[in-house]
Ligand binder design. Structure first.
Ligand SMILES: Cc1cc2nc3c(=O)[nH]c(=O)nc-3n(C[C@H](O)[C@H](O)[C@H](O)COP(=O)(O)OP(=O)(O)OC[C@H]3O[C@@H](n4cnc5c(N)ncnc54)[C@H](O)[C@@H]3O)c2cc1C
Length: 445
């Protein structure tokens, strides 16, 4: 297809033309499609399309928003004016099981990559939900399975191939275009080049996958969160201890504790799961499943049930190391104001990443708290649309920053990298994208 003098293997849609609106709304997984309208949508069907699209944007003086899996809650890449460059059709992955490396195009869903790796006895810390693609996930950090062992997934990126604002295809790694590589690992929705391929380090697959699940009545909230805060530093790194506030099947708010383990041995899994039994509320559990052996597909299905497709979302988050006494009033407020199911609050014991290298990603803390407002009816936008933002704003005095994974910068700008790193990001951006071809974050502090 020829568009403005450039040839594309894929399709293009001009604003107001046939197919434009379906292409625009399909670019965001959240059913709340932003009221922002690019002038041109390019659906790249090949890597050379990405080069052509950036060159077209340069020739026409257009800004660019890049979409991979479209799972940005805020629809970051859908902006007014300019080009929406959709790379979701670039979804190829290659695996070198013996060499412990893989490559992936940005539209490759992390869960599909992980399933292919497991078939080879290999592993990658892909995200927790099916459909999240490696494009946005790896650029923003990436909190995935066994992320507490391997660190945020961006730590396992060894190089990228990207089309720069000039329309040139470059490799960036620890030894080539180092500053671009530094920025690619953590700048997330503010990255200033279009990535067409990631080069990844992969790992041995875990030997045991299991989970423990306990649910408690809301009266146990304080006891459960005090316990979660206390045991946080002891949680083995092969377990993700997560505490949720959500609604049970009857619509009652409850507290749920889960501890998926992806362990190297049976004894590691047993030790980790035993921790879940130490909660003082244990005798009053509504449901107690100390251990269930599962496959990764079961874990994905469990997570997906809290994030149904075709629903409307508002999401926000904080990192914190504040004492639990300081956090409890905010958590209680969240429980009191929780919207309809499957809206929920997540508490995750994270701690610092092991051996974090110098990269843009630089803000993380002991505990991660996020609110996910979920509803189906557009008529409820007014009612539920501010819940996550308001809940996190009420707790921001206790926050050390946010994760870009669940960013809500358009409504609540907050610190997502250190002050030194935001300064350096601005400098690196000014070098690689002096004309502002690629959109920066939707908001920043
Ligand atoms: C249901 C659900 C579950 C989630 N679970 C997790 C989780 O477990 N762990 C976690 O860390 N995150 C999670 N997230 C957050 C998710 O990882 C981020 O929103 C991530 O950015 C999604 O990547 P994507 O490619 O699917 O989305 P996109 O919306 O396509 O990408 C997000 C942004 O990244 C940039 N971008 C994407 N691709 C490129 C590219 N090729 N070149 C340059 N810039 C690009 C763009 O600015 C784009 O707006 C979840 C999100 C959802 C909706």
């Amino acid at each position: 297809m020829a568009t403005m003098g450039f040839e594309f293997d894929g399709a293009t849609f001009a604003r107001g033309g046939d197919g434009y609106e379906p292409a625009r709304s399909a670019a965001v997984w959240n059913a709340r499609t932003p009221e922002r309208f690019p002038e041109l949508i390019v659906q790249a069907a090949s890597e050379r399309d990405v080069v052509a699209a950036v060159r077209l944007a340069k020739a026409e003086g257009m800004t660019i928003g890049v979409r991979a899996g479209g799972h940005s809650w805020a629809g970051n890449h859908v902006r007014d004016g300019g080009m929406l460059l959709d790379v979701s059709r670039l979804r190829e992955a290659t695996i070198d099981a013996a060499g412990m490396t893989a490559t992936a195009q940005p539209g490759c869903p992390g869960n599909e990559m992980l399933a292919a790796l497991l078939a080879h006895g290999r592993f990658f810390p892909a995200g927790h939900c099916p459909g999240v693609c490696l494009g946005g996930y790896l650029l923003q950090g990436g909190f995935g399975w066994n992320g507490r062992i391997h660190g945020p997934a961006c730590m396992s990126v060894e190089a990228i191939d990207a089309v720069t604002a000039d329309g040139e295809l470059v490799r960036a790694s620890a030894t080539e275009n180092e500053d671009l590589f530094w920025a690619a690992r953590g700048s997330g929705p503010g990255f200033f080049a279009a990535v067409i391929r990631f080069h990844l380090r992969i790992y041995e697959a875990p030997k045991v996958i299991a989970n423990g699940v306990f649910t408690y009545p809301l009266q146990e909230l304080e006891t459960v969160f005090r316990w979660a805060a206390e045991v946080g530093p002891e949680v083995p790194r092969d377990m993700e201890l997560m505490v949720f506030i959500h609604r049970d099947e009857s619509g009652e708010a409850e507290v749920a504790v889960t501890g998926p383990v992806l362990s190297a041995s049976e004894s590691d899994a047993t030790t980790a799961l035993a921790l879940l039994e130490t909660c003082p509320s244990r005798p009053r559990a509504k449901l107690a499943v100390p251990r269930v052996d599962v496959g990764l597909a079961d874990l994905y299905a469990g997570v997906h049930s809290s994030y149904p497709d075709d629903h409307r979302y508002c999401v926000d988050n904080i990192w914190t190391h504040a004492p639990v006494d300081e956090l409890l009033p905010g958590i209680e407020r969240i429980a009191e104001t929780l919207p309809t199911a499957p809206s929920h609050m997540l508490w995750m014991n994270w701690g610092e990443s092991p051996d974090r290298p110098d990269m843009a990603y630089s803000v993380e803390d002991e505990t991660y708290i996020a609110c996910y407002g979920v509803w189906a009816d557009p008529a409820d936008d007014q009612r539920f649309g501010g819940w996550a933002t308001d809940s996190m704003r009420a707790m921001e005095g206790a926050a050390s920053g946010i994760q870009l994974a669940d960013e809500n910068l358009i409504n609540r700008p907050a610190r997502f990298v250190t002050d030194a790193n935001i300064t350096r990001l601005d400098e690196v951006r000014a070098k690689w994208d002096p004309g502002g071809r690629f959109h920066p974050w939707l908001g920043r502090p």
